[in-house]
Design a protein around this ligand. Sequence first.
Ligand code: C5P
Ligand code: C5P
Ligand code: C5P
Ligand code: ZN
Length: 458
Amino acid sequence: MSETMVMMAEKARECAEEITKYDEVQLVSHIDADGITSGAIIAKALERAGIGYDMMFVKQLDETIVKEIADINPELTIFTDLGSGQLEHITNYGVNAVVSDHHRPQGDTKFHLNPHLFGANGSYEISGSGTTFILATQLGDNRDLADLAIVGCVGDMQYRKYGKLVSLNRMILDTNPEVISSVADISLFGKQTRPVYKMLQFSSDPFIPGLTGNEDACIDFLARIGLQFANDEKWRRWIDLSEDEKKKVTSSLLQHAMQSGISSYNIGRLVSEGYILLSEQEGTEMRDATEYSTLLNATGRYMQAEVGMQVCMGDRDEAYVQAQELLHNHRKNLVDGLNFVKDNGITELSHLQYFDAGNTIPETIVGIVAGMSHSSAGNRKLPIIAFADKDDGYKVSARGTQELVNRGLNLAEALSVVCQELGGAGGGHDIAAGATVPFGKKEEFIQKLNSAIAAQLS
Ligand code: C5P
Ligand code: C5P
Ligand code: C5P
Ligand code: ZN
């Protein structure tokens, strides 16, 4: 075990000791895959410890919501996958709290479990679910929840920096081989659930010229390498192929990608490490950490996080069916969102690029669309900033690259500084961050952010 893990476990023990003083607690978590798995991990651990809970999912934690929680006046509130950026509000409103989060901390509090406090970076070393898993292991024997911890960090794309999970995430993965395993494989989405040609056809990240979006071309591509299917034969999924067939498809795909001139960055991303949930049934979304996390995002980002949480808690009937319906809708929204960006273009300034989706892309998924546009077709020399309308202002989502972060980019810091000047609030991570900006201040915001990023990169 690393020193950081030991220190986090010690802090988790203090938090667990506090939690076990209560019979009933309020849980508050984030609506994305990491937040939902965090919520499920703590809920399971509490259930097993005989502690009751009430669950609340929020899009983001801000002063209004902290005040609402203070009004409910729970004896103890456990915040998971959020809270570290709003400790000031939590303290000011007198909320008795345990915070288990991985976002860049602003302030501190007594029961605060966050990797940044122990020298680890919450954007790739451990996520909210991993942090909460460490907390859960101090509440009882909850090691079987390691699979959910991995789904959460995969949902937050923590494998991106090195193409695989590292550091604390790796430790959680490697020490729980009975529930989760890793495998180097093709990185396309849908290996468990989609026919192979559909998997190719819908590959949006990376985008594969000549194949993405073209069903006939995909079927033809497979036929040319001998994966022909008789008319009455059901199209097989990736998991149905033999190892030999998988190798053939992968090498042909790499060859095709090189010939079609896609960037070496994206060619490298065609093969990556995948994570398999061993206690889940083959051929279901839950078997594969990427598919699972997308299923969860499809619930939470449409204000149905409870449905996703029920799936994490083991529901394979009603909640699972509902989640699959939501997934269908989510995929459609992502495709529409990507097309919007392609059709409307991205405006480049000296140190950032941006687009404004207005009300055409839901603000809860505009960050995903920004990230996907950035990696599949965007200019990776500049960070990308996306705007979408929400009730109380513009939702801003920002995404950078590892190279820019290495040169000094810190989007959470830049957003938070500019928001302090203009009103609004922002935070997150160096490589990915978000904010709310008051209506009417978009131009000023973008200019100030451009300067702030220029200063970071100089
Ligand atoms: O709220 P939260 O911490 O869960 O969100 C993290 C965000 O950072 C995700 O949207 C994720 O896709 C993004 N991210 C990224 N590149 C990374 C790491 C995270 O775009 N290397
Ligand atoms: O908000 P963030 O950038 O983390 O969004 C990442 C999400 O986008 C992940 O949950 C991932 O499953 C989803 N995604 C997707 N299809 C892709 C790539 C990412 O649904 N081709
Ligand atoms: O919403 P989006 O996916 O763009 O969020 C990116 C990151 O910024 C997430 O980690 C999210 O929790 C954080 N964020 C924040 N404050 C906001 C909006 C997003 O800290 N107002
Ligand atoms: Zn998170």
